[in-house]
Design a protein around this ligand. Structure first.
Ligand code: SF4
Ligand code: SF4
Length: 665
């Protein structure tokens, strides 16, 4: 009887899980190198896709139309059957595995090509349990199969392994002493794989697309292994899922071009296999013979495994994914923990969120549901605009509703309930009446980064603004990002009532997170006729109106870090830079990743409170970005970013309000 390891997913378990890559960065070197190569190749080949935006729009429309379209799926099944395929719709992964086992029958060897769906349904393990030898025929997958490693990219599963690692893996598996030479290793792998392919009578592949109109499956690859696997004498079993559905071949080809470009930087793969029927002939007296040169049978297994449920619950977009892996290249979490973030072949934030439906809540927690900083860099990278921040927050809400959120976050929520701030602070706040603006200080500036509060107040006084300080409560951002909308809604109402009492119609914020919460998450705020601005936007107005005077000062070279809440989430990029440019003697230098492409500091989404070392590792990378452009100071407009960057930075980190105060007349 197989032994099952029951994992209890605690904060400690997850901390331990990511400690490996956080402490030993060796493994990330090859991964980052591979990602850089992909990015460079994408940039080189951009010229081949002058109409890339049109292509993306077209793909979005095709996905919108196809995903969850039951009629289209029925049409596809009908057309595949008409073309001679045997089709099986598997509601669950067990149904899929049982069916495939029956189809394999007495065969003892199966060759297989890359397929995330087969990983999802644990096909490999289940076949081996029955004594069937399964050989992966994609070189990267074969290396992973021979090792204890997890894949690191959907199309380059072994991209995190160096030539030395691979030489060790092959040498150990075959009792050889192989040199770490990439070509020698590749040829060695090829010979081993070929031997197996020649012997096997059943081949299993995935499918990148199933096309309803034609009843055709499409599979792309560079190695040529798919063609060999699909041509096994007895059977070709295609294992795919309902989200691989396209209306027709044209739409699928558009997807494949984009997928190839984003996955590898190339414009096309070496092979595009279109399978729209079975190998047959009736050349002799019209007598039909199946399996002339190809397999005698082609079987299509279409797996649901929780996807329909996800579509119904409003997570359809999550399954628009085409598996290009582009989101991994820029994800700040993936950059520092690699494939510890993700589920089997579904890697990173999107994969972790999808695993909630494919495998369940505990699996998603184990794969890093709470690692996501909600920075939304993935939305910018993704050709289908899939941003994981929204999904993380919604799924965390479910976790909280069954009281399974982690103790640290529970404590924060308890603090918010008791003291109306996440730190449990009970000290009295300074209050002030004023009718021009309300300065909403936010919990960080009130209790932790007090210099930001002090400098903002001093600037308002210098500009002779009649400002109000209210008995504010937490804006609700922390509750929202960690999964408690209900508390956030109550806090929002309390804050809005207190703001309205002042009679001021403008509210300014030091914290990018508070501003985003007020603008995006407060219900019906538009009706309140209030204007919400970040303090940097307000100070820019005051500088332009001459109410705040700026004088010269020390000459410094500084860089601006865009907080995710203010940048990607609110698209405010220019005003803080305009303020900095008003200051004489300051040279503003942009980091290689800035504005929309800015690298997250790592503090958001409750990550800093839950996984401090993970947050610091991300901050370290951001500080490296600043050092790379020889900045002497980092300036930001969010107290969370300031704190997290300051925790690891060897150069000064300031809030913009502090900088303005320093240089104000
Ligand atoms: S929101 Fe940010 S941290 Fe979360 S998965 Fe996307 S890129 Fe990664
Ligand atoms: S979420 Fe988007 S970027 Fe990431 S793998 Fe899927 S399609 Fe590609």
């Amino acid at each position: 009887m197989p032994l099952f390891l029951i994992i209890v997913v605690t904060e400690e378990y997850l901390t331990e899980k990511i400690n490996g890559p956080l402490k030993n960065k060796e493994k990330l070197i090859a991964l980052r190198k591979a990602f850089k190569t992909t990015r460079d190749r994408q940039n080189e080949n951009k010229i081949l896709f002058p109409n890339i935006e049109e292509r993306k729009e077209r793909l979005k429309k095709a996905r919108e139309f196809s995903i969850g379209n039951k009629e289209l799926l029925s049409q596809a099944i009908k057309n595949f059957e008409k073309n001679g395929f045997k089709v099986f719709y598997a509601k669950t992964k067990d149904e899929a595995v049982d069916y495939i086992l029956k189809e394999i029958g007495e065969e003892q060897l199966v060759v297989k090509s890359k397929s995330n769906v087969t990983k999802e349904i644990c096909l490999h393990e289940k076949l081996e349990e029955k004594g069937i030898e399964v050989i992966e025929t994609d070189l990267g997958d074969y290396i992973i199969q021979l090792s204890t490693e997890k894949p690191a990219h959907p199309t380059g599963p072994a991209c995190h392994l160096s030539r030395h690692d691979i030489a060790r893996i092959f040498s150990k598996a075959f009792d050889e002493n192989l040199e770490p030479d990439p070509l020698t290793l590749t040829k060695f792998g090829r010979e081993k794989i070929r031997n197996y392919i020649e012997k096997a009578k059943v081949g299993i592949t995935g499918a990148n697309a199933i096309c309803a109109e034609e009843g055709a499956a499409i599979i792309i690859n560079n190695e040529g292994n798919i063609n060999l696997v699909q041509m096994r004498e007895k059977k070709h079993i295609i294992v795919t899922s309902i989200d691989k559905l396209y209306p027709n071949i044209e739409e699928a080809i558009n997807m494949l071009k984009l997928c190839t470009y984003y996955a590898t930087g190339a414009s096309i793969t070496s092979y595009i296999e279109i399978i729209a029927g079975i190998s047959k002939t009736a050349d002799i007296e019209k007598m039909l013979f199946k399996g002339m040169q190809g397999p005698g049978e082609v079987i299509l297994v279409i797996v649901d495994n929780g996807r329909s449920d996800a579509f119904e619950k409003g997570y359809k977009n999550l399954f628009y994914c085409i598996g290009c892996g582009n989101c991994l290249l820029d994800c700040p979490v993936y950059y520092v923990v690699g494939n510890e973030y993700g589920y089997k072949g579904y890697l990173g934030g999107r994969g972790t969120s999808a695993s909630y439906f494919l495998e369940g809540q505990d699996t998603s927690l184990e794969n890093g549901l709470y690692f996501c900083t909600t920075c939304n860099t993935c939305e910018i990278s993704c050709p289908l605009d899939i941003g994981n921040s929204e999904y993380s927050e919604r799924l965390r809400e479910d976790v909280t509703s069954v009281d399974k959120n982690f103790p640290t976050h529970k404590k924060i929520l308890e603090n918010i309930k008791k003291t109306k701030n996440p730190f449990g602070e009970t000290s009295k706040k300074d209050l002030k009446k004023g009718n021009q603006v309300v300065y909403f200080r936010g919990c960080m500036a009130l209790y932790r980064e007090k210099e930001i509060n002090d400098s903002t107040i001093k600037l308002l006084e210098k500009a002779e603004i009649s400002y109000a300080l209210i008995d504010e409560v937490c804006c609700g951002s922390v509750a929202l990002r960690t999964g408690n909308k209900k508390i956030a809604r109550e806090l929002a109402k309390e804050n809005l009532d207190k703001i309205k009492e002042t009679g001021a119609n403008t509210v300014i914020f030091s914290c990018a997170g508070c501003l985003r919460t007020f603008l995006k998450d407060y219900p019906n705020f538009e009706e309140s006729e209030l204007k919400f601005l970040h303090s940097s936007q307000y100070f820019l107005e005051l500088i332009k109106e001459g109410k705040l005077k700026i004088k010269g000062g020390d000459k410094i070279k500084l860089t601006f870090h865009d907080p995710c809440h203010m940048g990607r989430h609110l698209k405010i990029y220019d005003e803080p830079r305009e303020v900095i440019n008003f200051i004489p003697n300051i040279e503003l230098v942009e980091m290689n990743r800035s504005k929309e492409d800015s690298r997250c500091c790592g503090a958001g989404g409750g990550v800093k409170s839950l996984f401090g070392e993970l947050a610091k590792a991300m901050a370290n990378e951001r500080v490296k970005d600043a050092l790379e452009v020889e900045a002497q100071t980092i300036v930001s407009t969010c107290p969370f970013c300031k704190r997290n960057l300051k925790d690891v930075s060897e150069i000064d980190v300031f809030d913009l309000s502090e900088l303005i105060l320093k240089y104000s007349g």
